[in-house]
Design a protein around this ligand. Sequence first.
Ligand SMILES: Cc1cc2nc3c(=O)[nH]c(=O)nc-3n(C[C@H](O)[C@H](O)[C@H](O)COP(=O)(O)OP(=O)(O)OC[C@H]3O[C@@H](n4cnc5c(N)ncnc54)[C@H](O)[C@@H]3O)c2cc1C
Length: 496
Amino acid sequence: MKKNKRKVSVIGSGIGGLAIAVRLAVNGFDVKVFDSNNQPGGKAVEFSVNGFRFDKGPSLLTMPEKIDELFYIAGKNPADYISYSKMNENCRYFFEDGNVIKGYANPKQFANELHKKENVPRNKTLRFLRRNEFIFNSTNYLFLEKSLHKLKTYLSFRVILSALKIPWLNLFSSMHTVNSNTFSNPKIVQIFNRYATYNGSNPYQAPAVLNSITALEFKDGAFFADKGMSSIAKAIYKLAKEIGVKFYFNSEVDKIKVGNGKVEGIIVGNKVIASDIVVCNTDIHYVYNKLLSKEFNVRYRNNQERSSSAIIFYWGVNKIFNQLQIHNILFSKDYKSEFDFIKEGKKIYSDPTIYINVTSKKIKSDAPKDSENWFVMINVPHDNSQDWDKIIKQTRIQIINKINRVLKTSVEDYIICESVVDPRSIEIESHSFKGALYGTSSNTKKSAFFRHPNFSKDIKGLYFCGGSVHPGGGIPLVLSSAKIVEELIKSDCERK
Ligand SMILES: Cc1cc2nc3c(=O)[nH]c(=O)nc-3n(C[C@H](O)[C@H](O)[C@H](O)COP(=O)(O)OP(=O)(O)OC[C@H]3O[C@@H](n4cnc5c(N)ncnc54)[C@H](O)[C@@H]3O)c2cc1C
């Protein structure tokens, strides 16, 4: 490992904070990570109750090679730390008319399923998926791997090549417009529109370039973390400690100390931790409003739309539901109305789309015998001081009624324990402004460019990684942000 005496303080040990800690430690920096929580992982933590284990936040793993890379650069074998497997069926889709569509990972198998169940020509599905893969391959490098805020990025050959493909990248129509022009069947449109929710966006507003998200699942596949999603954070944390990163939990950072336009350190309680470099893994809104003094707030655009949030019920269920698999979606009858409610931001649509994740289908120890651990989530607007207690009560009834209707059961008879999370608790626990799951939304074609850069233009030595800054939320993107920050820091240090 290279020697580098520079001291780095990382604020937050979410997936992004852990990843940048590893990357900088590998480069020989002296890295300390501070988290107000009592454990690493941020949103990606777990909890257990009455013999049921639940992943609290993320449940779907894509692009695991971005996790593996952290182990490879540290000279370790990822398989010694984490294990995951490729899924054959990414998701099972349930509709109110009783139809069930299996979301096979293999494009040909999926095309056959859509043909069998809804008479969609196989070629149409395959052509659509191939086109989305083309969009992904054309945009991935610019939007996910590089800083959008450095001139150097735009001088690269790959970026110039991407720019030449702009007319074919569906930047100027909404996802829904493209999907409904491609498929006449509303169920198929709904299945493909759903991918906008992977980063908390609205398919009726978000540009169709986001159809490239399907490529994550149909090109490389969706994966299952064999010991739960929280094992990702645990594995990176273990690696970070082994390579010399020091962690301080229950340590809320109060301020970032700045002098002469440069970071000098962080303040934790009454202690100053001298630092040459500070990397914030906290929500960017929180950085400007709490951690920095007001003079730096001028450049911060507070008006960017936040992504959607969620209400999640974690149910211990004492029955095996054979019709469910690991990831399941019970679609609303009217997707447009559901998103209109989210956009309007006050009430919750009475027939929400329900996502049910059951990890005990594969990890038997996640639930007692003959039982299942249900993670039941609906998308809701971010916090706007709605009456969440009232909403949770109403929504719980609507969710139960819908599950009973679609799965032909009486699920409330089998719920033996329950915990609930809403936008308020998401904000309190991870300091995510308004409880947004994915930072800012991607609802306009300019969203990517307006998202905060990974560095401060005003304060030397201050960098940002995590879901609220470029390239955005979700585990793969957060891992990309750490890689971008590593490149920026290395290049800034070389210039000195
Ligand atoms: C319910 C839910 C479902 C999701 N589903 C998926 C999914 O299926 N797939 C997917 O890829 N992504 C999903 N996501 C998004 C994904 O979880 C996040 O994008 C990602 O985990 C965010 O990581 P992060 O690095 O930004 O840090 P965060 O997880 O936001 O963590 C930030 C950390 O900073 C700490 N912190 C904040 N302020 C301070 C301070 N002042 N001092 C010290 N520490 C501080 C917090 O305690 C926290 O530990 C989901 C998120 C949620 C909430």
